[in-house]
Ligand binder design. Structure first.
Ligand code: SF4
Length: 234
């Protein structure tokens, strides 16, 4: 269910003006999640139905490029996601999906049916036992690996993105992740934002300073054609 909306955003799809829709469920519970309140207390956010979304989108048709589906994890809604993507594309808006990569079958089908134009997939940690710590739950790593491959083979545009969480991301782990996604088209490293992190101990962490994040970028550049920093430099 969609329970939150940003009518106009310049920061959720590089180079595009978008409307952002937030789904209220996720199969992960990352300790640094910024949207935990929506996941744990969805009743605090009234549902937003398609008629409201359409009413918001239509007057913006000449200047909004697309709609970003985020959350939560939009692909948790394995049936409804097709319906909403179809409705949005029928209005001739582009569709971007933010995903944690846990639903490769749904991802593949959405791409195959031309219902998504751009995918941003999180890579939270090296693809081994450490992923569970980053995701706050036991993760099916094979599913994540399949999603990585689907995007690398896809005809649509995509990015992998890694939030530089202190204690999880460092020079060693960036190199390990790089090996696991190597020859990716695009890999964005993102600044960690401690404010409002789900777990208190993660609110107390300090974002990684730029002399170190610059080193992380240099390492990441070995594994992807385009590498960029996203967020504040400190
Ligand atoms: S995958 Fe994203 S939405 Fe889900 S818990 Fe993690 S950070 Fe939050």
């Amino acid at each position: 269910m969609i329970r939150s909306m940003i009518e106009t955003s310049l920061v959720d799809w590089d180079g595009k003006l978008t409307t952002v829709l937030f789904f209220d469920k996720c199969n992960f519970m990352c300790p640094f999640c910024q949207n935990w309140e929506l996941l744990l207390h969805p009743e605090r956010f009234p549902p937003i139905d398609w008629s409201q979304i359409k009413k918001t989108l239509l007057p913006k048709k000449s200047w909004i490029d697309g709609v970003v589906l985020t959350g939560g994890e939009p692909l948790v809604y394995e049936t409804e996601i097709f319906d909403i993507c179809r409705k949005i594309t029928n209005l001739e808006f582009l569709v971007k999906i933010d995903t944690n990569g846990a639903y490769p079958g749904t991802l593949q089908e959405l791409i195959g049916k031309d219902l998504v134009d751009y995918v941003a997939m999180d890579i939270k940690a090296p693809l081994d036992d450490r992923y569970d710590q980053a995701a706050g739950t036991k993760v099916d790593l094979q599913a994540i690996k399949r999603s990585v491959q689907i995007l690398k083979d896809a005809k649509i545009d995509y990015e992998f993105r890694t939030t530089c969480v202190p204690g999880i991301i460092n020079e060693q782990t960036i190199a390990e992740i790089g090996e696991q996604i190597k020859e990716a088209k695009r890999w964005f490293l993102q600044q960690y934002v401690p404010v409002n992190a789900y777990k208190k101990e993660y609110r107390d962490l300090h974002a990684i300073p730029s002399p170190i994040t610059n080193k992380l970028l240099r390492i990441a550049e070995k594994f992807a054609a385009e590498v960029k920093w996203r967020g504040k430099e400190i």
